[in-house]
Design a protein around this ligand. Structure first.
Ligand SMILES: [Mn+2]
Length: 283
């Protein structure tokens, strides 16, 4: 199997090279996040033009057949302001003139359908699977259980966590560096919810589903994308006792020992344990 997935150096974006098409993927735009910041007293201009320009630059650079936005296009779940609405629609309209746009719905995307131009392909929050020759890639935002066929993927690309490393300087300054996180689940543990032991985890599958899933579940490389919006914080991987967000990354399933972390410039930071030693934490 040829590795089909490549992070774009220094960008929170990845490219997927399939036999018949090239796909660029970004996640967690959270357009309108600055309106929340303004309520907290941090006033900066609406960033939609900058985000749009950055996406258009990346599309021009990589010339993909498709752009997949892996959820959380906008930030505000309720009370979307009219200026935000217009900004989101315009951004998607302009990008979709350059490449085909597909969206996988995230937890912030309620009522997104009201803002979408017609030519955008929308996938539900359960995600979708791309099958190409001998490689299967699942794409899902990460707040909901994926469709069962994603569990047999070789790779699952997901967002939702906004993985970062918390950096400190010697004067006490603190900032977040976005990172790529790759992790794998324990096949034995992920099988449990499908074997009837659903507990309170919210997954609901029929017994026929369960039988199929048990046969097909693989051990994909799960790639957690850095958020495209640079203003966001996220799950700081070097804090003690971190827990990833979302059902498939639940500590019940994921083997944290398999985690590998990379900065956007490609610097390999190693395991979570390694990351926890990067910066001296407050007691
Ligand atoms: Mn998000």
């Amino acid at each position: 199997m040829v590795k089909p997935i490549f992070p774009i150096i220094d960008e929170p974006a990845l490219l997927m090279n399939f036999s018949n098409r090239k796909i660029m993927c970004i996640a967690d735009l959270h357009l309108g996040y600055e309106f929340l910041l303004a309520q907290k007293g941090v006033v900066i201009p609406f960033q939609v033009e900058e985000m749009k320009a950055k996406i258009l630059d990346l599309v021009e650079l990589t010339n993909p057949d498709d752009l997949i936005i892996l959820g959380d296009i906008k930030h505000n779940i309720f009370n979307v302001l009219s200026s935000e609405w217009r900004g989101v629609t315009k951004l998607l309209e302009e990008i979709s003139r350059k490449t085909r746009v597909q969206i996988v719905l995230g937890n912030h995307d309620a009522n997104l359908n009201l803002l979408l131009p017609k030519n955008i392909l929308v996938h539900s929050s359960k995600g979708f699977l791309i099958v190409d020759d001998d490689v299967k890639v699942g794409l899902v935002h990460g707040h909901a259980w994926p469709k069962l066929d994603l569990l047999q993927a070789d790779y699952i690309i997901t967002g939702h966590n906004h993985p970062v490393i918390e950096m400190r300087d010697e004067l006490g300054g603190k900032w977040f560096e976005p990172v790529w996180l790759e992790v794998q689940w324990s096949k034995e543990k992920i099988v449990a919810p499908f074997a009837g032991n659903l507990g309170s985890r919210g997954a609901s599958f029929s017994s026929e589903d369960s039988k199929n899933a048990l046969v097909q579940i693989g051990n994909p490389k799960i790639i957690v994308m850095p958020a495209f919006n640079p203003l966001l914080g996220g799950v700081a991987l070097n804090r003690p006792e971190i827990n990833f967000l979302g059902p498939i990354l639940s500590p019940n399933f994921v083997e944290k020992g398999t985690a590998k972390v990379k900065l956007l410039d490609g610097t390999f930071l190693g395991s979570l344990e390694n990351c926890s030693r990067l910066v001296k934490q407050d007691k």
